[in-house]
Design a protein around this ligand. Structure first.
Ligand code: FA5
Length: 341
């Protein structure tokens, strides 16, 4: 090929490249070691000396023009490329984006808030206590000295801290009674919702981590009748007038007398089923008159003050109100379940 032909085909290849990448390949083809231009250079050595000078100058001129054409073309293609990318990345501020889906409170949290509202409406305040408790608050001050057989009613999870078995995950919300009575004088009207922990095997009605709402009233002249009336008022307010409840004599070391509070099993309407263990009733909690020994442990004079306390399962309340036949649904994290409430 002559230098003119090499230049012509080189300029054409440069013109035909449409992206910066393609142009890089063309550059190697046109100016690289194996290019036609390099071939011409190699032939120079074999030329007679008097022709070599002119031929060399001509080849060099072609190299300069091809290099300039490559630079021009590169500038055009890179500008094109930048424009295309800007176009693709451009934010369309007029685009209508659908609403971002928002979550909502878990059903158990909704139930906790509704229960708080019912009691706040009756003049109670909401109190809190820690989930990691001392043995004294969870058991001893509640009239269960070490080795008391009633401690066996709660299968306890201990925390490795301090003396062995001195710190635990609270087995109920009742230690909040102690925390409130040791931090404020009567009269006291509080509810304390929160988590409780037990070594219970999960089944339709039990979880090892569940929720209770504790109630405590300390005032002058408080009777068992006040307690029964309060529980009845709460049942009607939360479940509606259709649900029947009953108090059944029971035992708790921190109340005397004590009762268990049950409502009709809504799943079998009292006939007996898997959820209520064939009893026709679902136990919601325990209650009773505050034992004088508890008042003495916290320095309240039982001759002057009387009181009642109760502790209900919040998860169980939510199950009954919303027809949920297995407490494990609450923690299965199944969006199809959660979205229904
Ligand atoms: C108590 O925990 C007492 N502290 C209640 C109490 C308070 C009595 C104040 C007297 C005065 P009990 O162990 O029965 O009692 O539990 C109360 C309620 O918590 C049960 O009726 C049930 O509704 C709920 N509950 C207990 N264990 C579980 C569990 N593993 N899973 C879900 N709910 C539970």
């Amino acid at each position: 090929m002559t230098p003119e032909e090499v230049e012509k085909s080189g300029l054409l290849a440069i013109e035909l490249a449409v992206t910066p990448d393609e142009l890089r390949t063309v550059e190697t083809d046109v100016l690289g070691k194996r290019s036609a231009l390099s071939g011409l250079n190699q032939q120079l050595g074999r030329m007679p000396a008097e022709e070599r000078k002119d031929a060399g100058r001509a080849i060099n001129a072609v190299r300069v023009r091809l290099t300039a054409a490559l630079a021009d073309r590169r500038e055009v293609l890179e500008a094109d490329d930048r424009r295309r990318r800007l176009e693709a990345d451009r934010l369309d501020l007029t685009e209508v984006v659908g609403a971002v889906p928002r979550g909502h409170l878990h059903l158990v949290d909704q139930a906790r808030r509704q229960l708080e509202d019912v009691f706040v409406g009756m003049g109670y305040s909401v109190a809190e206590g820690p989930e990691i408790e001392t043995d004294w608050h969870n058991f001893e001050a509640l009239n269960m000295p070490p080795a008391h057989p009633a401690r066996g009613m709660w299968d306890t999870l201990y925390v490795k801290l301090g003396e062995p078995e001195s710190t635990l995950l609270r087995t109920h919300t009742s230690p909040v009674q102690i925390r409130v009575m040791t931090s404020q004088p009567p009269p006291i009207y509080i509810v304390a919702p929160g988590r409780a922990y037990r070594r219970d095997t999960p089944d339709a009605r039990h979880l090892p981590v569940f929720h209770q709402i504790e109630g405590l009233v300390v005032d002058r002249g408080i009777t068992f009748g006040d307690m029964a009336g309060t529980i009845e008022a709460f049942t009607t307010a939360y479940f509606g007038p259709g649900i029947t409840s009953r108090l059944r004599p029971s035992y708790f070391p921190f109340t005397e007398p004590s009762a268990e509070f049950e409502v009709t099993c809504i799943f079998c309407e009292g006939k007996g089923c898997r959820v209520c263990s064939q009893s026709g009733w679902i136990e919601l909690g325990g209650c009773g008159m505050v034992d004088p020994n508890v008042f003495e442990a916290v320095g309240i004079d039982p001759e002057e003050w009387q009181g009642f306390a109760f502790g209900f399962g919040i998860d169980r309340c939510a199950m009954l109100r919303h027809d949920i036949d297995d407490i494990r649904h609450f923690i299965s994290n199944d969006i199809r379940f959660l979205e229904q409430f």
